[in-house]
Design a binder for this molecule. Structure first.
Ligand SMILES: *Cc1c(COP(=O)(O)O)cnc(C)c1O
Length: 502
């Protein structure tokens, strides 16, 4: 299986090349040449398999230049009891009959990014080995909070790699920030950017396209790559859990093979929901993909109107990992639903770049609308949903997952089909503890408490355990305190790598 660029101006590459390169040289994203279909009767067979077996099987369709042994080594190295605190890796919990929460946050950093970032470094180093690549790979990451930490954990001390993470200085939660600035490892660097996530992401994209930096790095036997969800190696592992959720519903006798379900995803960069789209195209009977946004509802508007317009106020919300106005992975969806029309996609992306806005043609919009539903939740609605989830079902939702639950309620209210639904739960409630505490603890209880005291209070109040990756964070020493403007990001990269700009 080869990979094409969504902008159509590079020759097809292999899976290992796509993963090593991260982003295509023409500025596009790599996509598989076709989406494999699962055999019709695979469900029964797959019900007997562990998460790891399902992952190896599904990923082998796409990693055609990997051997089965290589894929299995990547999978078992990533998804094991040392790294995940739940034996099922991505367990389904029934919230109430017919509505299931898929907990994707049992990895080391307590957010769903671990599902991909625990395996990506393995896929990447295996790919490099295959290509005879002996440069050191420099991973550049722009993070809205969770990717950064998950990437640092995934790449720390991995041979022949270094990782540099840029996070928006005032755009991440206290826990997220503390997780990153205390990161240990001999190949890790972290810097705060004066700006929001879009500024950090645009800055990183510019560095990728900067020929001077590429040359300077090459002179030092280094090469850049990406751990953001623009890398195909990030998306692929995410397809696995949607397929696995469907199989789990069969195993639990909640559905029969062939029954349709809905999937609800709290969305930012459009990576997670795009993986669900790929699962659907592979043959998982998914009727609607429900795209849930917070007040940064650019995607809600796009799916409902066909107009993508980032010219709007950037809202800081209590679900910061979804505070995004440029959803990079939408480009892959556009490529798929236009049957690989790279000219159209290039034009729209050009318009987005120059005017901050584009409108897709009616046929494309119709296709998207036939699959996707979209709505958004305000912070107030999100807090009310967390409270309801706890009071009524004794289930503690994080802010992002609560956005999805709220949007799912709206979907039903607007006549959406009452079929089994899987809601992707993207973070542990303790990762966004102060907002969650606001929803379920009284003002008197919270008065004068800092973020970490609130976590302990939340834990005693609910009887739930603080995940290992978050407990004790405030005592860890701060190892990274660099701050940069967006203009200075290229210089910061060179400085961190100890490279002089000639
Ligand atoms: C990254 C993230 C999201 C958004 O996922 P995308 O793939 O960017 O759409 C949602 N919730 C949490 C907790 C996240 O970390």
């Amino acid at each position: 299986m080869n990979y094409f660029s969504t902008r159509g101006r590079v020759e097809p590459v292999s899976a290992s090349q796509a993963i090593t390169m991260g982003i295509a040289p023409d500025g596009g994203l790599f996509v598989p040449q076709n989406i494999p279909r699962l055999p019709e009767n695979i469900w029964q067979e797959m019900s007997e398999w562990s998460y790891q077996q399902r992952a190896s099987y599904l990923m082998s369709f796409y990693l055609s230049d990997f051997t089965r042994e290589e894929i299995e080594a990547c999978v078992t190295g990533a998804y094991n009891a040392e790294r995940f605190d739940h034996s099922e890796i991505a367990p389904l919990v029934e919230l109430y009959p017919g509505v299931f929460i898929q907990e994707l946050w049992h990895g080391p950093t307590a957010a769903f990014k671990d599902m991909a970032l625990q395996i990506l470094p393995r896929l990447l180093t295996t790919s490099m080995g295959k290509l005879g690549e002996n440069s050191e790979i420099v991973i550049l990451v722009a993070t809205s909070g969770d990717t950064g930490k998950a990437a640092l954990e995934g790449f720390r001390d991995v041979n022949n790699t270094r990782i540099i993470v840029f996070y928006p200085r005032d755009g991440v939660s206290e826990v997220q920030k503390q997780q990153m600035i205390t990161q240990s490892g001999n190949n890790v660097y972290v810097a705060a950017v004066e700006g929001n996530f879009d500024d950090a992401q645009s800055g990183v994209k510019k560095i990728f396209a900067d020929e001077n930096i590429q040359q300077l790095l090459a002179d030092h036997n280094m090469k850049m790559s990406s751990a953001n969800s623009i890398n195909w190696g990030r998306l692929l592992p995410q397809i696995v859990y949607y397929v696995s959720a469907y199989v789990d519903l069969i195993v639990d006798n909640r559905i029969r093979p062939g029954d349709e379900i809905n999937i609800v995803v709290p969305t930012g960069n459009f990576g997670n929901i795009l993986a669900a789209y790929y699962a659907r195209e592979m043959g998982v009977p998914i009727r609607n993909l429900i795209c849930a946004s917070n007040a940064n509802n650019v995607l809600t508007d796009f799916i409902n109107t066909g107009i993508y317009d980032r010219n709007r106020y950037f809202e800081k919300t209590i679900s910061p990992s979804m505070d995004i106005l440029i959803s990079s992975n939408l480009e892959r969806l556009l490529y798929e639903v236009t049957s690989h029309d790279d000219r159209k996609v290039s034009e729209w992306m050009e318009e987005l770049q120059t005017e901050g806005r584009y409108q897709v043609d009616p046929a494309t919009h119709q296709k998207i609308k036939s699959l996707f539903r979209a709505d958004f939740a305000t912070d107030e609605e999100t807090l009310a949903t967390i409270k309801l989830g706890w009071d009524k079902y004794r289930y503690l939702l994080d802010t992002h997952t609560a956005v999805a639950c709220n949007v799912y309620q709206k979907f039903l209210k607007h006549g959406g089909a009452q079929i089994p639904a899987v809601i992707a739960s993207t973070a542990s409630p303790f990762k966004f503890g102060s907002s969650v505490a606001k929803a379920v603890l009284s003002p008197e209880m919270r008065a004068g408490k800092d973020e970490f005291s609130l976590l302990r209070l939340l834990s005693t109040g609910t009887g739930l355990k603080i995940p290992a990756g978050i407990a004790g964070l405030e005592q860890r020493p701060v190892l990274h305190n660099k701050v940069t403007t967006t203009e200075n990001m290229p210089a910061t990269v060179l400085n961190l790598l100890n490279i002089k700009n000639k």
